[in-house]
Design a protein around this ligand. Structure first.
Ligand code: 3EB
Length: 342
């Protein structure tokens, strides 16, 4: 039997500095305070960890050997089928805005996505399935506009300038806040186009009204990707939003329950669109981002009441892109999970 085109190793202990990279490693994301050395597409997400407590990483592994490259700000590795890339941009490298001009963060977001699309075009992996965005001080208001909203402008402009659609066939994504450091982005793309999935309980994010910022965010609720016989599902960061409104403001337990309902709705929608794509919520590999570390126990209680003890979940502390959201959960499925708890 053919090896899986995509496997997830997760959560693995943080790699020791200088350790050689696996020839089948597409890329990895590391959470927590990390050794300085990097090599290959390693996205460092410098944010406090909750569970497991030690620094850990998730590794996307290919069944076939990979090729390594760099293009603009992007470091990438690709198999015949998939390309995983990372980039980190320091806002201080962008000019301070003049009156009414683009903020440094907006410029950095534009550059990040411009370079991302260049890699996809140059290497021939047009099917952008999933993007992870880590934005320093995401909820801070600067120059009269929340930084998440500045990010949305730069991202959307880059999609438009790359000739990409802004609604419909857009990638699954998440956007979380980290205390400091660069704008850090990781992405997974394919030779073939993924199928975008929306959540019938929610207004599509690309149709959010202007109350949430001058430009709506460019992401779909999930993507389904057929790759080498696997049916892969990538679910975007999912929160306690019904329609376009945040619900259960101030109640982290109820927000977690609503988020799980939204995840279930996305799974159901994926199965409706693609009958082969049948996944159980309890089998998804999930990362839960918790705004306040003291809410970890409450989030876990609701997750484990619904999914049973020890589901494949990890917990990270991060800011969520609406100030009233206390928790956000992202997920993936359809790939084997190689678990190795630290
Ligand atoms: C939401 O549903 C919560 O801007 O890329 C979730 C996933 C959210 C992705 C993004 C934002 C993003 O609107 C926030």
């Amino acid at each position: 039997m053919r090896a899986a085109v995509l496997k997830l190793g997760w959560p693995l202990p943080a790699r020791a500095a200088g350790e050689a990279h696996d020839s089948r490693l597409l890329g990895e994301m590391a959470f927590g305070p990390l050794p300085a050395e990097r090599g290959g597409p390693l996205l460092e997400v410098v944010t406090p960890l909750l569970e497991p407590a030690a620094p850990w990483r998730m590794a996307w592994l290919s069944g076939d050997p990979v090729r390594v490259g760099r293009c603009g700000a992007v470091s990438y590795r690709c198999s015949d089928t998939l390309l995983f890339g990372t980039l980190a941009l320091d806002e201080r490298d962008f000019a301070a805005p003049h009156e009414g001009g683009a903020s440094a963060l907006q410029q950095a977001a534009y550059r990040a996505y411009r370079d991302l699309f260049r890699v996809l075009d140059e290497q021939g992996y047009p099917g952008l399935a999933r993007v992870w965005n880590y934005v320093p001080r995401i909820n801070a208001v600067e120059g009269g506009l929340e930084r998440y909203r500045q990010f949305n402008i730069g991202r959307q402009d880059a999609f438009a300038d790359a000739g990409r659609v802004l609604i419909g066939a857009v990638p699954a994504a998440c956007a979380l806040g980290v205390p400091d450091g660069p704008l850090a982005v990781a992405f997974l793309a394919s030779r073939s186009a993924p199928h975008a999935i929306e959540n019938p309980r929610q207004v599509s994010a690309y149709h959010y009204p202007q109350d949430y910022g001058p430009r709506s965010p460019t992401f779909s609720r999930a993507t389904l990707l057929a790759a080498g016989g696997q049916s892969l599902l990538f679910i975007s960061g999912t929160a306690s939003i019904v329609g376009h409104r945040t619900v259960h403001v101030g109640d982290v337990g109820a927000q977690t329950a609503e988020t799980l309902d939204n995840l279930q709705a996305v799974i159901d929608e994926a199965a409706r669109v693609e009958p082969q794509a049948r996944f159980r919520l309890a089998d998804l590999a999930c990362v839960a981002y918790v705004r306040h570390r003291e809410d970890l126990a409450a989030v876990r209680r609701v997750v484990e009441a619904r999914l049973g003890p020890n589901p494949p979940f990890t917990y990270v502390q991060a800011d969520v892109c609406r100030a009233d959201l206390l928790v956000e959960i992202e997920a993936s499925a359809g790939h084997p999970i190689q678990e190795s708890r630290t």
